[in-house]
Design a protein around this ligand. Structure first.
Ligand SMILES: *Cc1c(COP(=O)(O)O)cnc(C)c1O
Length: 375
């Protein structure tokens, strides 16, 4: 079986370095809020080009804490509208509703699956206060246009960079475009810990301070509590392991890009639509895709997935149910988002990883090219 993602193989590449890092933490006797977290925060902020990085427990918390901090700072209040793509992973939307803000679901661009400036503009009202721009599948949303629009309408911009570590437009990376950004280091993400982990990046000093306090019981100073905070911290073990993984991230991204290029050149079945890079549509900017996922589209998705399984190729669907059709958001069940619904019915993610053998990539390409809709 060609696995969708060989996580064991990815981490096995760095087995010795990871064991060395874990041993250091075990032997240090210091497991929370220590030197590895501080060092990782520094290194990841450097990597993104931002002034601050604040380690938190996971990617969802990163997004929740940014919005919460903006409320504490008086920049948002309950009921304010936040624009978010209707086809995002549910965590982006959970961060909004958790803060009692109002998500305004907006259809994405049907080619890039990211927010489209024209469709955002139509959704802006007097109550709109922020845009949550998701960099879905590893490609940045059109940030130059989104930032210009945010400036014009005086909106905050939060990036959901959980799938886009290192992706850039004109040399500026994910996490350094908006007023703040949330990252996930869930094991399967491009920069993956060996457990749950996340971070916020920002260039805003006040925001960074507030998030740090909120994630530490609301305390900015030991035993003094400014806010009704939570406990959401990155721990020393995950930080130490992430420092190892971060050193290899760019090399891993290159391998993903090589596989994606092979897929794009090799797959030529007229029943299958390939992913479209924004940079190919929009020649004004130079963008890089980090291929967290390689997502194809077909109207016969179930048939194609069954066929690939029979061929020994594991695929996944990102995502099978649109957020507005989830039971958790029952109140939205009669809303209609045709582009989003078509995406959820048609997308299929092919195996892609930094350790995928070229041979396997060729097998996937042949299997797809031999697939006949009438079979
Ligand atoms: C993974 C993911 C999250 C949530 O991150 P966790 O670390 O799993 O909490 C949020 N948004 C997107 C787009 C994601 O892919």
């Amino acid at each position: 079986m060609i696995p969708f993602l060989d996580l064991k193989g990815i981490n096995a590449q760095y087995r010795n370095e990871l064991i060395e890092a874990a041993t250091q933490v075990i032997d240090s006797g210091w497991y929370v809020q220590g030197t590895h977290v501080k060092a990782f925060e520094h290194e990841f902020a450097d990597y993104c080009g931002t002034k601050h990085c604040i380690g938190v427990a996971n990617g969802l918390d990163a997004l929740i804490l940014v919005l919460r901090a903006w409320k504490e700072l008086g920049r948002l209040k309950e009921g304010d509208e936040v624009i978010v793509p209707a086809n995002t992973y549910i965590a982006s939307i959970l961060a909004i509703t958790e803060n009692r803000l109002k998500p305004i679901l907006v259809e994405p661009d049907e080619h890039t699956y990211n927010l489209a400036p024209g469709l955002i503009e139509q959704a802006i009202t007097a109550n709109t206060k922020a845009i949550l721009a998701v960099h879905l599948y590893g490609q940045l949303a059109p940030m130059p246009e989104i930032m210009a629009m945010a400036k014009k309408h005086n909106l905050l911009v939060l990036e959901d960079s959980a799938q886009a570590h290192g992706a850039q437009i004109d040399g500026k990376k994910a996490g350094n475009w908006g007023d703040a950004s949330g990252f996930s280091f869930y094991p399967g993400k491009n920069l993956g810990a060996l457990g749950d982990a996340g971070a916020v990046t920002t260039n805003d000093d006040a925001l960074a301070q507030t998030i740090r306090a909120l994630g530490n019981y609301g305390s900015h100073k030991k035993y003094e509590n400014l806010y009704l905070g939570v406990n959401s911290r990155l721990d020393e073990m995950q930080a130490a392991l992430l420092r190892v993984k971060l050193k290899h991230l760019d090399q891993e991204t290159k391998r993903r890009q090589q596989i994606a290029a092979m897929y794009c050149e090799g797959i030529n079945n007229p029943s299958i639509a390939l992913p479209i890079q924004d940079s190919k549509l929009n020649i004004k900017h130079c963008a890089s895709h980090v291929w967290h996922l390689f997502v194809i589209r077909t109207t016969e998705r179930e048939k194609l997935q069954t066929y690939l399984t029979e061929q020994g190729i594991q695929t996944l669907i990102h995502y099978p149910i649109a957020p507005h059709h989830q039971k958790a958001y029952q109140a939205w069940s009669n809303q209609s988002y045709p582009i989003t619904e078509a995406i959820h019915n048609q997308v299929l993610s092919l195996p892609i990883s930094p350790v995928m053998p070229i041979n396997d990539c060729e097998k996937v390409i042949s299997a797809l090219n031999e697939w006949c809709l009438d079979d």
